[in-house]
Ligand binder design. Structure first.
Ligand code: SF4
Ligand code: SF4
Ligand code: SF4
Length: 221
């Protein structure tokens, strides 16, 4: 599926129910899919401690002033004993049909055989087309390398060592689950079968792979 840059720049938020197992398809960037790696973020478990984003920074040598992962706080909501906050995760959602990949003129933006969207820094010429095309607003220019960067699911660090992403391991409440959507026995597929989830901006056709268990209080936005 090929989608124009203009289409994505015009996109707004949307939420929808999901199938339990996604089909590993993509656009012109298609490669034979071995795995289809994804994340679930459970808003009912997140306490907003930001251990995940700190672990990400350390594991991936992310410079100060930019971040691959932001925990966004909303609130306080409610009153008295019901006073509470909502926390949401903002990071690359590893779109199966990734507009950043489609618009990149140099091939620096890729989607690999495991379904991970990444940036090949030495191919990035800094045109920032991908930043403009990303409807999730998760890309930035690395102030050190001057290349565009974002969450790569720890592809170049921990995944290479056979370890789970840093944000997954660091979370004290197990609010983040990582795994392969193509493996029916994986923890992530079990979680998606057991819990109601949603994804951001599915109406754009990006097929995002960051699933969210909605907060038990307040509304899904
Ligand atoms: S969330 Fe943005 S950076 Fe990530 S794959 Fe989708 S379009 Fe690309
Ligand atoms: S998967 Fe890795 S790169 Fe992505 S937010 Fe988590 S720790 Fe950072
Ligand atoms: S480490 Fe876990 S609980 Fe803490 S902010 Fe991140 S997702 Fe939420």
């Amino acid at each position: 599926m090929k989608l124009s840059r203009r289409h994505f720049l015009a996109g707004g938020a949307a939420c929808a129910a999901i199938p339990v197992v996604t089909i590993a398809t993509t656009g012109s960037e298609a490669e034979p899919q071995k795995e289809n790696l994804a994340l679930v973020f459970d808003q009912t478990k997140c306490i907003g401690c930001e251990a995940c984003s700190e672990a990400c920074r350390e594991a991936n040598n992310v410079p100060e002033g930019v971040s691959r992962l932001n925990i966004v706080r909303e609130g306080p909501l409610g009153e008295g004993d019901d006073k509470h906050y909502r926390f949401d995760r903002q990071s690359c959602v590893h779109c199966e049909t990734a507009p950043c990949v489609s618009v990149c003129p140099t091939g620096a933006c890729i989607r690999d055989e495991k379904g991970v969207v990444d940036v090949v820094a030495n191919k990035c010429v800094g045109c920032q087309y991908c930043i403009a095309a990303c409807p999730y607003r998760v890309r930035y220019v690395d102030p050190v390398t001057k290349a565009v960067d974002k969450c790569d699911l720890c592809r170049k660090t921990r995944l290479k060592e056979g370890r789970a992403p840093a944000c997954v391991e660091a979370c004290p409440t197990k609010a983040v689950v990582f795994g392969d959507l193509n493996d029916p026995n994986s923890e992530i597929v079990q979680v998606l079968r057991a819990k109601q989830t949603y994804r951001d901006k599915v109406a754009l056709g990006t097929k995002p792979k960051l699933y969210k268990v909605p907060h038990g209080k307040g509304k899904v936005i």
